[in-house]
Design a protein around this ligand. Sequence first.
Ligand code: AHM
Ligand code: MG
Length: 334
Amino acid sequence: MSKVTTLHEFIMDRQAEFQFSTGELSRLLSDIAVASKIVSKDVRRAGLLENFLGAEGTTNIQGEEQQKLDVIADNQFINMFQSGGEVCGIASEENDNFMPFKSEFSKKGKYVVLFDPLDGSSNIDVNVSIGTIFSIYRRVSEVGTEATLEDMLQAGTEQVAAGYVLYGSSTMLVYTTGKGVNGFTLDPSIGEFCLSHPQMKTPDTGRIYAMNEGNINICESGIKEYIETYCQQTQPGHERPYSGRYIGSLVADFHRNLIKGGIYIYPDTTVDPEGKLRLLYECNPLAFIVEQAGGLATTGRKRIMEIKPERLHQRVPYFIGSKTMVEHAMGFLK
Ligand code: AHM
Ligand code: MG
């Protein structure tokens, strides 16, 4: 039997790849892995536990109803970041404002983390795959002081690491530090993430499209044209049109397309004129991963990672997936 590589071993082996590495980023990635194992355990048992399923009774700044598990996962990651010492502040989907950590210990942290603790909220109560998405930046403010909004509002090109955890039929952690993408599956028998998908590359093209087609008549006409006249038609050399696959959990839709090849689209609509998905903790991290895997992420017109963020919860239209498919879809936009 070949030797299993755990995530921890992998992170340690790769530490030397970073310029000026002092091990803090490695510790931060390890902390994220530990927090996500705890969240995974909660997700797996949620139906059996009191106070884990259902709505929390509160809404986030975006007016969305918070689920109990959203809040539990958010607290789990925040506690881990606060006690780790590598992070000076965070921003998350579940918190109205960014959170600079107040202790002298945390103020020495070099990094900020922006994250969506549990993405795919509408799927939590119905036992469908959900995920965590995270994005890590070096702070631009001075070490030893409180984190600032400027630390949070950096372009995606400045990310030093990004990843996601998929709580699916198995729990997987996929991440990049800008040197390729690697995927790890949680082996519940030993409680370790083990390398299962080394050096992930996404196919240059595929035959899957993912979009909430309920929105087809409230988005720009080029998208309707792309879906109806291209995705839903048989093309030369193929017996069938594309397959439509839409889970409604971005992490799950993204992960499937990353492996099989495909395109995910969440455009701007008359209801959500800026799109629905959030630039900082949903779109940028997955854009970093997809580019590292050979794919593309755009607004339909512009590269996601080059957008200079203006607001914490800023939304953007999102086209992400196999390079050729994203480029082709963009050609339909006026
Ligand atoms: P959430 O962070 O509140 O869960 O919202 C983001 C989710 C994505 O996971 C998913 O792709 C999308 O919203 C689904 O939206 P819709 O229900 O409009 O199709
Ligand atoms: Mg989300």
